[in-house]
Design a protein around this ligand. Structure first.
Ligand code: COA
Length: 260
């Protein structure tokens, strides 16, 4: 896969996507959003890829937001379209992938950058990371799902304060809020995240995909999450992974899973 704004590699079942515009602090322009969509779709459809890690190039930024230079002149209609297209192509798309996606937040994750990290299934941060939704300082609101996912992750009061003040929180505060699961020294961020990925890869990919779907259903108002859980629990019984997992347990050996 060859892209202009991102780097993609696959190693030992882990797909790594690195946003690669360090001179612009990896800001998300339209082209980068399209490339990220294409890369995620490709990795999702690759049976060999069991976990995806997303990070930013350089030591300073994960992603410092949507590219402000691209939308400064937009009209009301263009603004709405920007948010709708971005959500569909990238943010909702990532959240719904059946391949686990971990954000390795290696520096500033602001605006669309924090929104991208929040679309991932969970987050690990380096100790220098700073997170925030500064949109109201520019006269807009978060448009890539931030007003929805931040309260889901940190609670309404903290989300309101972060959004209204447009301020940044450091990695330890983010951890205490539940926004990131772990904070590690920057030099160890990728190895640490890959360690979590290895633990995930011991388990059934098809079951993990169904678990993601059921957990996500908890945050959708138009579906009954318990019902989604029941249906997906049932579907597991028809998979090769289920046969392998239960047989391996009974035969006292390590399971070898294939399906995604
Ligand atoms: N969109 C477009 N360009 C961006 C950007 C963004 N969101 N964030 C950073 N950049 C660019 C800067 O314009 C600058 O480019 P230049 O060298 O061509 O002038 C380059 O990245 C480096 O950023 P700079 O501001 O010089 O770095 P800094 O260390 O002084 O400040 C930040 C770092 C993150 C505090 C600052 O870049 C910032 O506030 N960025 C915008 C964050 C934001 O509001 N995001 C939400 C957008 S909706």
């Amino acid at each position: 896969m060859n892209f202009e704004n991102i780097l993609v590699s696959i190693d030992n079942g882990i797909g790594q996507v690195t946003i690669n515009r360090p001179s612009k602090l990896n800001a998300l322009n339209k082209a980068t959003i399209q490339e990220l969509h294409d890369a995620f779709e490709n990795l999702e459809n690759n049976a060999a890829v069991r976990v995806i890690i997303v990070t930013g190039e350089g030591e300073k930024a994960f992603v410092a937001g949507a590219d402000i230079s691209e939308f400064a002149e937009f009209s009301v209609e263009e603004g709405a379209q920007l948010a709708a297209q971005g959500q569909e192509l990238l943010f909702d798309f990532v959240e719904k992938l059946r391949t686990p996606v971990i954000a390795a937040v290696n520096g500033f994750a602001l605006g669309g950058g924090l929104e991208l990290a929040m679309s991932c299934h969970f987050r690990v941060a380096s100790d220098n990371a700073k997170m925030g939704l500064p949109e109201v300082s520019l006269g807009v609101i978060p448009g890539y799902g931030g007003t929805q996912r931040l309260p889901q992750l940190v609670g309404k009061g903290r989300a309101m304060e972060m959004i209204m003040t447009a301020g940044m929180i450091d990695a330890e505060t983010a951890k205490s809020y539940g926004l990131v699961n772990h904070v590690v020294p920057q030099a160890e961020l990728l190895e640490f995240t890959k360690g979590i990925a290895s633990k995930i890869m011991r388990n059934s990919p098809s079951a993990i995909g169904k678990a993601i779907k059921a957990v996500n259903a908890n945050y959708k108002h138009d579906v009954d999450g318990f019902d989604v859980e029941i249906r997906n629990f049932g579907k597991c019984f028809g998979t090769e992974d289920f046969k392998e997992g239960t047989t391996a347990f009974l035969e006292k050996r390590k399971a070898s899973f294939t399906g995604k």
